[in-house]
Write a protein that binds this ligand. Structure first.
Ligand code: ZN
Length: 569
């Protein structure tokens, strides 16, 4: 029920009480974590460690396996699908195909995330007003996500309370885990890994690789790297004011910031080149070069001749020309009696599915990695022994320039399957996990740490969308203790903005009534006429009390003002 906004004066002679139901602080707010990892990743130790870290902040943690609900989903959808529990290959393969079939049957790529949300809902108690009640100090961990649409939907449902954690293991580690620990044949392991990363032939197949790059935190299983990563992440989530970005994290954030400048039609890529000490040398993004050096940007006005201004992707146009050229040459020789236009119509879609679609050389944009290198050269800064941070794995063209420039290390987030860097330059670069004795090759490493996405929320003292943090108070450095002071930095509000607006009416009513009473009392003692203080806030009384739902909201919000009190002050 909609309540007409009004500031109701208290009834004559009624007792006025302070109403504090409206809060914007949720110190016991729930958290939802999603895990994403490739098949064959030994994720369980990281999951256990995550739960331990959550408990250190006085929270309970439960993990929910999405595949546990496949059986009932299959039954409710009314199709047949076996879910054997052994052998391991059959177990994994049957669950991949079951997930695909559930997505395909429902026509929703995010269906498994929606089922997970409904399972969380089923754990809720229902209040007297028949509204569900938020848990206090509880974290739900969803294991595991396989489609970008699942992440997108969970972010829309849980907003700032949802965090995606990517657990990285390189391919050799995953094959080792599946063969030596789980008893699979090497071919079986390789086949599962391929299907899991990207089942391009299946519209509703898994897209783990595309999901992984959306993570808020990236941790590795090698050498238990996840311990350090999860520990820092959890402390940040719970408001530790003293955790600052590592060199890799800060440099990747700068690369990401640079990517936002790009007006490229297909993707925004950013790169940051840093020296051996970690200082920034230059930034780059993918966009069209401008005469005089550098790239076009928004300041160029009418001179700006980027692809979005010309409304054309030259690479796509050239690929279509190549395809038509090949088809016409072929049909002239082998199908001279058929109408060339008809052949083009039939053959174009076929050729667009071939390797021709991977051609990237006819784009007008300078790639981000090259822009960063060229910018350093143009401005005369040496970049030997540098590290290049790039939001996307370098293409083979950039790779040869990276090697020639003397870059010593490359760090990336998003994989780029079209890149032939590994195939063409395995003599000069090594992809994580392949280090050999006296290896001079440039390592291309996946990024580990806190991703650029939540940088402001977690690292900024003042610009976080959560609360402001202090590092010292009255000249004294504050004491932050995980057990005592944990409070979600960017809490998930259990109420909607409409409900919060309604609660404001109750609170304003209470505040203004109390002040009015106090002023009336003051007037009696000072002798000022009461009517002089009447103002716009004394709107006519309406018989529209806030709805029962809002009045009950006190029970539904998590935490209270006392708990919100900051004991580091
Ligand atoms: Zn490139």
């Amino acid at each position: 029920m909609w309540v007409q906004p009004s500031l109701l004066p208290a009834a004559e002679g009624a007792a006025i009480e302070k109403d504090t139901r409206f809060v914007l602080d949720y110190p016991e707010a729930e958290l939802v974590f999603g895990l994403v990892f490739a098949v064959g990743t030994d994720y369980k130790p990281a999951l256990d460690y995550l739960k331990d870290q959550i408990k250190l902040s006085g929270y309970a943690a439960d993990s929910l396996q999405l595949s546990d609900w496949f059986g009932e989903s299959i039954e409710r959808l009314g199709f047949q699908h076996a879910l054997p529990t052994e052998p391991e290959y059959e177990r994994i393969a049957s669950r991949i195909s079951a997930g695909n079939k559930i997505r395909a049957t429902t026509g929703r790529q995010d269906i498994l995330a929606l089922i997970a949300a409904s399972k969380i809902f089923s754990t809720r108690e229902i209040g007297e007003d028949e509204n569900p009640i938020a848990h206090k100090r509880r974290a739900h961990i969803l294991v595991s996500l396989k489609r970008p649409e699942e992440v997108e939907s969970l972010r829309k449902i849980y907003g700032p309370g949802f965090f995606l954690i990517g657990i990285f293991a390189d391919e050799s580690e995953r094959i080792d885990f599946l063969t030596n620990r789980k008893g699979l044949e090497k071919e079986q392991a390789a086949s599962l890994i391929n299907i899991d990363q990207k089942q391009t032939a299946e519209e509703y197949g898994q897209r783990t690789r595309d999901t992984f790059q959306m993570a808020d935190l990236f941790v590795g299983v090698a050498d238990k790297e996840y311990e350090k990563g999860l520990q820092r992440f959890l402390r940040l989530i719970f408001g530790d004011p003293f955790i600052t970005p590592s060199r890799d994290e800060h440099s990747m954030f700068l690369a990401y910031a640079a990517s936002l400048r790009s007006g490229d039609l297909a993707r925004q890529v950013g790169a940051a080149l840093t020296c051996a000490q970690g200082d920034l040398i230059s930034l780059g993004c993918n966009d069209v070069p401008s005469p005089g050096g550098g790239l076009y940007c928004a300041d160029d006005g009418d001179d700006d001749a980027r692809d979005h201004k010309l409304r054309k992707d030259s690479n796509d146009a050239r690929k279509d020309e190549i395809i038509d050229d090949v088809i016409l040459a072929f049909s002239k020789k082998f199908l001279p009696t058929r109408d060339p236009e008809e052949i083009l119509k039939e053959a174009r879609p076929l050729l667009r599915e071939t390797l021709v679609s991977d051609v990237t050389e006819f784009g007008r944009a300078v790639h981000a990695e090259m822009d960063a290198i060229i910018t350093a050269g143009r401005t005369g800064v040496s970049f030997s022994n540098s590290t290049l941070y790039t939001t996307t794995f370098p293409c083979h063209t950039c790779t040869r320039h990276i090697i020639a420039a003397g870059v010593k290390r490359v760090v990336y987030i998003e994989p780029y399957p079209k890149s032939l860097a590994k195939e063409l330059h395995s003599d000069a670069i090594r992809i994580s996990g392949e280090k050999q004795k006296n290896d001079r090759r440039v390592p291309f490493e996946p990024f580990l740490g806190i991703g650029p996405r939540r940088f402001f929320d977690l690292f900024s003292m003042k610009l976080s969308s959560g609360y402001v943090i202090e590092r010292k108070h009255d000249g004294t450095v504050v004491d932050w203790d995980q057990r005592r002071n944990s409070k979600p930095r960017v809490p998930m509000a259990p109420t909607s903005y409409l409900e919060r607006e309604q609660l404001i009416q109750i609170t304003l009513n209470s505040v203004f009534s109390i002040k009015r009473e106090e002023n009336a009392n003051d007037a009696k003692t000072t002798g000022i006429a009461g009517q002089e203080r009447r103002g716009v806030l004394d709107t006519p009384r309406e018989d529209s009390p806030p709805s029962r739902k809002v009045a009950r909201m006190e029970d539904r919000r998590t935490g209270d003002n006392l708990a919100a009190g900051d004991d580091r002050k």
